[in-house]
Write a protein that binds this ligand. Structure first.
Ligand code: GDP
Length: 297
């Protein structure tokens, strides 16, 4: 499936309305802007984000000087492209590594979003960068989660630290960190328990794990298929536990784009990685400019 296909098509109808015009004016961009607004809303971008996006595109487009040889529709495409890039955070937001000792990456997320898969994918990615990694199984509610992490760890050739389901997640994380320190491991990735919904128990457990290992990165894994809901989840987790960014999964599905476009603006936190498939190599840094180009088709 074409990612963001519907959004791309929706935007095309906006450019088409400018065909045959000579300049961009407040009047002649009104109708294309309505198309853009509709396309963004249909892509499940959150309403306040759509509003401010439309406002700033309108302002910039109507104030654009006539450039010889550049058609009005191309000028509008350029303005929309630049605003999309800004909306998604502008620059790529790199992982931060600890100056000394292991870098601790804490992963959080609701059940089924792809968190366990991301643990292994991230380890695989870091391994290719030349970093040694260890995965820590701190999801003690589902024994299957520990098994799954162990299998994925084997698959990518990264050790998995686990202590079964009887030890507290914060303790497991702490012990795992100690082990990583003694082995001079560069990065540990802590897998935590997800729930079907946000609840108090999950938040306080995450806070406890966070206190125990003082992570360099706290990344919330969210599912692109949930659209603008993903953005409000990032906000909620940031307010509750304090996070450093998000990882957006399942971009290979027929996600409409709302999550990718809303997360930074709604939560103030960047998307650091995107997952676009079930294979271990299907994780890549989030590049706002490439994403904007994909959206524009
Ligand atoms: P968790 O409950 O959050 O740990 O989720 P899992 O890691 O077990 O993933 C749930 C399902 O989503 C699994 O079947 C994964 O293979 C699948 N999955 C994870 N990430 C992606 C992705 O980026 N794209 C696709 N298509 N499937 C994914």
């Amino acid at each position: 499936a074409e990612m963001f296909g519907q959004l791309t098509t929706g935007l095309e109808s906006a450019w088409n309305k400018l065909r045959g015009t000579d300049v961009l004016t407040k009047e002649n961009i009104a109708e294309p802007m309505r198309d853009i607004r509709r396309a963004l809303l249909e892509a499940d971008v959150s309403l306040p984000v759509v509003r401010s996006f439309i406002e700033s595109v309108t302002e910039k487009a109507a104030g654009t000087d006539v450039i010889r040889g550049v058609k009005p529709e191309q000028q509008l495409v350029k303005v929309v492209n630049d605003e999309l890039v800004q909306l998604m955070g502008g620059e790529v937001s790199d992982l931060v590594f600890a100056k000394t000792g292991p870098t601790v990456i804490l992963l959080a997320g609701l059940q089924g979003v792809g968190k366990t898969t991301v643990c292994a994918k991230l380890a695989y990615y870091l391994k290719k960068m030349g970093k040694s990694c260890m995965l820590i199984a701190a999801d003690v509610y589902r024994p299957a989660a520990i098994d799954q992490l162990t299998i994925l760890g084997k698959q990518v050739g990264v050790p998995v630290y686990s202590e079964g389901t009887e030890v507290k997640p914060s303790q497991i994380a702490k012990n795992g960190l100690k082990e990583a320190k003694s082995k001079k491991t560069d990065v540990i990735i802590v897998d935590t328990a997800g729930r079907l919904q946000v609840d108090k128990a999950m938040m306080s457990e995450l806070k406890e794990v966070k206190r125990a290992v003082n992570p360099t990165e706290v990344l919330l894994v969210v599912d692109a298929m949930t659209g603008q809901e993903a953005a409000s989840l990032v906000s909620t987790f940031n307010v509750e536990i304090g996070i450093t960014g998000a990882i957006l999964t399942k971009l290979d599905g027929d996600s409409r784009g709302g999550a990718a476009l809303s997360i930074k603006e709604v939560s103030g936190k960047p998307i650091k990685f995107v997952g676009r498939g079930e294979r271990m190599e299907d994780l890549e840094p989030f590049y706002p400019d490439r994403m904007a180009q994909r959206i524009l088709g």
